[in-house]
Write a protein that binds this ligand. Structure first.
Ligand SMILES: [Zn+2]
Length: 392
């Protein structure tokens, strides 16, 4: 692979904006970033991409997806397919992320080790897709949320610890626990507290021993509190984060992944989504917006996650999630950080999430400035992964 020089572009590097910037890529990695007029000698002879009038961001990240699911109205019904079918769906969904400018995703649960195998297939170049940080199956209590779709059932701290090890052995590079009830499982209320504190603590300790991030599906207040105090890395959904919990999260550096797209997809489609799910989504939507807006005011650390694969929430919707975070009051700069540098920090990936020396050249070009209007993110002009053009 040769050298590529991006000349005179408006660059959002993951943290801040630099105008009239230059970016030199070699062998798929960023080798130099600076002011275009000070470009080093090595840019001569490099393939040149004129960036004038265009806006460049790091490849976007979606830290909450379910690759095995297409987003059909009945999530539980969709889980009843063979693992082979789930793998085929995942390959298609991986391409949808790339087309949207999403070059890193974290999968937070599906059948068996399918997402782990898909992650390996992409790394090996057998199929196209974003970098996948897979969790394998999520962990849930017996009869808990997800037991009949994306999670395995496990009870007691020792068993939880063993289950974490088994997920890692199967190829997981992230762990997901289901700490409370959820919208998409009938018979379990959303704010039901599932795992005990000791079970959560065992999972967190084991994941961190292996240096992998651990995420908690957590909607209800008590479940969120258990997870935050056990040292979880991210609260997914987090609809009932109150002022006190938010302060604790800020002190500990816990990320909030609001997954607005998931709630919208369910609440906005009462004609086809099962009634129990619509009712629960509508129940928490107001609380979710209030918790998010409080986080905006108080400087909460957000990461962008869509929960893609849930009803009417297709893969490749991270740009739309950014738009939705801005609609709920997050300044565009912070929303873009949530989808780039914050996401990489949450995933413990120092190789992506920023356009800086030594990181992978995952880059997305836009013809309009998403900081002026985040809708610009919905139409990427060019997507590169590891320096290679992969979409459109
Ligand atoms: Zn999810």
């Amino acid at each position: 692979m040769g050298r590529l020089y991006v000349a005179d572009v408006t660059l959002f590097d993951g943290t801040r904006v630099r105008r009239h910037a230059g970016v030199l890529v070699q062998d798929g990695v960023v080798r130099w970033v600076g002011s275009h007029v000070r470009a080093p000698r090595e840019v001569r002879g490099a393939e040149r991409l004129d960036g004038a009038g265009t806006f460049l961001t790091p490849g976007l990240a979606d830290v909450h997806v379910h690759l095995c699911f297409d987003g059909e109205p009945d999530f539980v019904a969709e889980a009843r397919v063979s693992e082979a079918t789930a793998a085929i769906k995942s390959v298609g969904n991986a391409r949808r992320h790339l087309a949207a400018g999403v070059t890193t995703v974290r999968d937070l649960g599906g059948p068996g080790a399918v997402a782990c195998d898909v992650a390996r297939a992409i790394d090996d170049g057998r199929v196209a897709g974003p970098r996948v940080v897979a969790s394998g199956q999520a962990l849930t209590i017996s009869g808990g949320h997800g037991w009949n779709s994306f999670a395995r059932q496990v009870d007691g701290p020792d068993a939880v610890r063993r289950a974490v090890r088994e997920q890692l052995r199967a190829g997981a590079r992230s762990i997901k626990i289901v700490a409370t009830g959820g919208v998409l499982t009938p018979g379990v209320s959303v704010d039901f507290t599932a795992f005990t504190f000791d079970e959560v603590a065992a999972a967190v300790d084991e994941a961190h021993t292996w240096n992998v991030p651990i995420a908690a599906h957590a909607i209800g207040r008590t479940g969120i509190a258990n997870c935050v105090r056990a040292g979880i890395d991210s609260i997914e959904h987090g609809c009932q984060i109150d002022a006190g919990l938010m302060r604790e999260m800020k002190e500990r550096g816990t990320f909030h992944v609001p997954t607005i797209s998931a709630l919208r997809g369910i609440a906005d489609h009462p004609e086809t989504v099962p009634d129990y799910a619509v009712a629960k989504a509508r129940q928490v939507l107001e609380e979710a917006e209030a918790a998010f807006r409080r986080g905006v005011r108080e400087g909460q650390r957000f990461a962008c996650g869509t929960d893609a694969g849930t009803p009417y929430n297709p893969h490749g919707s991270a740009p739309l999630e950014v738009v939705r975070m801005v609609e709920w009051g997050l300044p565009p700069m912070r929303a873009l950080q949530a989808a780039t540098s914050n996401a990489a920090a949450l995933l413990r990936r120092s190789d992506v999430g920023a356009i800086e020396v030594g990181r992978a050249a995952d880059m997305v070009f836009y013809s309009a400035d998403p900081l002026d209007d985040p809708h610009a993110l919905l139409e990427p002009a060019l997507v590169c992964k590891g320096g290679d053009a992969v979409a459109p």
